[in-house]
Ligand binder design. Structure first.
Ligand SMILES: NC(=O)c1ccc[n+]([C@@H]2O[C@H](COP(=O)([O-])OP(=O)(O)OC[C@H]3O[C@@H](n4cnc5c(N)ncnc54)[C@H](OP(=O)(O)O)[C@@H]3O)[C@@H](O)[C@H]2O)c1
Length: 333
């Protein structure tokens, strides 16, 4: 283990001109913690929002961004028994991943299967766990049930389509903004598509789902976009169905008239994945064990990713901000 390490340091919110890569001391794990020598870490949209100072949680300055570092365990703190130096893991941290070394809680470091590379593991983090928790925990998806995923061409939505099929769902419908995206979501396993943008989605989205489900509606909705699509989706839920709100990529946070849940005996719930890491680490481990197990069975395909050296972190962040690519952006410190 080297004595020092390099890490991206953000000094001011909303001003990346003062940020840079700095040399520092290698972290020492405290009780219940491990240090990961980072091989790959994703650049997530939430990192960008946090750097701008616009996220609901603000870290103390200066800080190092980066959730989902994947790499080798290089040190274990007191009380860690399930991991040892040299293990290949994905760690889920709030911050700290844009670095050569990152400390994570031992109960938030998940052993990787041998056949899953670090870049792919990093690229799957935050989207596959969010999708799994939405489908399984919040949505209580049962085998054979039908699923609608809004935002299916995105990271969370694409993971939700794949996971729904891998977990034994029946019909899986993908919400997309343009029919030209159907091939992409069909490759993930979607059976058909529903348009999630355009006029009067409240009616058109509902009518399309009803048409594709013989008037029954869908048992589970994973909604990563909100806005007008939510208004249509909530009317397209089957009797005793579950709609899980995951994000508002369409821009508007929708409101719900509570007569829908009452009259149709449906549930509308929400998911905030970081709370599960903090409050239900055992469930989170079950989530990653399930995802990695399905991957090893060949049932999941990691998203396409583009890699950047740590020194090129700014270029990766700019690519994310400008939406110049649909690939997952991954730093390889
Ligand atoms: N709750 C949590 O714990 C959690 C965890 C992870 C992510 N999220 C949130 O989930 C959302 C999706 O994340 P992601 O990583 O999947 O994002 P992403 O990869 O950028 O995908 C965004 C999706 O939204 C669609 N979209 C964007 N603007 C739209 C509009 N105006 N109308 C209709 N559809 C639109 C896109 O479809 P087209 O390209 O076809 O337009 C795309 O499928 C984000 O809001 C993110 O913050 C929440």
């Amino acid at each position: 283990m080297s004595a020092g390490m390099r890490a991206v340091r953000i000094r001011e919110f909303g001003n990346l001109a003062t940020a840079g890569v700095v040399d520092g001391d290698a972290p020492v794990p405290g009780a219940g913690e491990v240090v990961i020598d980072v091989e790959a870490v994703p650049v997530n949209f939430v990192d960008l929002v946090t750097m701008r100072g616009a996220y609901q949680f603000r870290p103390a300055l200066p800080y190092t961004p980066g959730k989902g570092p994947a790499g080798y365990v290089s040190a274990v703190g007191p009380g860690i028994e399930h991991l040892k130096v040299g293990d290949r893991v994905l760690g889920m941290a709030e911050y700290g991943g844009y670095a050569e070394k990152c400390v994570v809680r031992g109960d938030q470091a998940y052993l990787l299967p041998e056949d899953l590379g670090f870049v792919d593991a990093a690229a799957m983090s935050l989207s596959f766990d969010t999708a799994w928790m939405g489908l399984v925990e919040r949505g209580r998806l049962a085998p054979g049930e039908s699923v609608l995923v809004l935002g299916a061409s995105g990271a969370v939505g694409g993971a939700a389509v794949q996971l729904a099929k891998a977990l034994g769902a029946g019909t899986v419908l993908a919400g997309i903004s343009d029919p030209s995206r159907f091939q992409q979501v069909a490759n993930f396993g979607a059976d058909d598509y529903v348009l999630q943008s355009g006029p009067n989605l409240r009616d058109t989205l509902r009518d399309r789902v009803m048409e594709l489900t013989d008037g029954r509606g869908v048992d589970v909705v994973i909604d990563a976009i909100g806005g007008d699509a939510f208004d249509g989706a909530v009317r397209a839920v089957a009797w005793r169905g579950r709609l899980v709100i995951v994000g508002f990529a369409a821009g508007r946070i929708p409101t719900l008239k509570m007569n829908y849940p009452m009259l149709k005996n449906i549930e509308v719930s929400g998911l905030q994945i970081s709370d599960y890491r903090k409050r239900a680490p055992e469930l989170m481990r079950e989530c990653f064990d399930s995802i990695f197990g399905l991957y090893s069975k060949g049932l999941l395909t990691p998203p396409r990713s583009e890699t950047f050296a740590l020194d090129d972190w700014r270029r990766a962040v700019e690519a994310l901000a400008s939406k110049s690519t649909r690939a997952r952006l991954v730093l390889t410190p």
